[in-house]
Design a protein around this ligand. Sequence first.
Ligand SMILES: Cc1ncc(C[n+]2csc(CCO)c2C)c(N)n1
Length: 203
Amino acid sequence: MFIGAQVSLYPMTSDFVGVITAGLEALAPHRDRLRVETDDMSTLMVGPPDALFDAIRDLFAGAARGPAHVTLHATISRGCPGEPDDPACRCETLAQAQTQALSERQALAHGAVQDATVLGVGIDVQFSLYAMGEGRHMDEIYGCIAFLKTSGTFQRSKNFCTRLRGDAGPVFETLHQAFLRFGPAQGHVTLDLTASANSPGLR
Ligand SMILES: Cc1ncc(C[n+]2csc(CCO)c2C)c(N)n1
């Protein structure tokens, strides 16, 4: 399986390079578990989901600790049939999910968010989970939305997406669990994510 993300920070300040650099510096502890490649548009991260979501969380928290309004956009993908298999992306939780009922996966996801580390950085998120394939894929999406509503980070449902709000720790753990535990364990699942911090619209 191939698991990874293309991630971009968009700081709303003339010092945008400083904010992006602060975010990229926060990736340092994750570079030994992920392949990280930055260019002028985005940063590619490839590796297992736990390392991937911790890295995106710390990238965004690193940028959001300053006073500037900053947004992040990420396209996160697992199991894309067009990508090469990469043993570095192996994930025990995905292997186990194949034999777990939806209710069991919801309970495990809930527990993981309860245990998430609080970072002291408040964020807003809007995201969509896409479980590719045929058949009853909406059962997985509705199961995921039921988990989101009990996660403690749910803000509201919108057309095509869900909004979360709270500390970056539990919010990114909610996203991690949605991506990992819902949709076909060995199939193609993507997550489209926009995060925002320090928005003047909230003051
Ligand atoms: C996470 C992330 N990675 C790369 C870019 C692309 N980018 C745009 S400006 C800039 C700094 C000066 O080159 C970089 C690297 C981004 N926006 N966010």
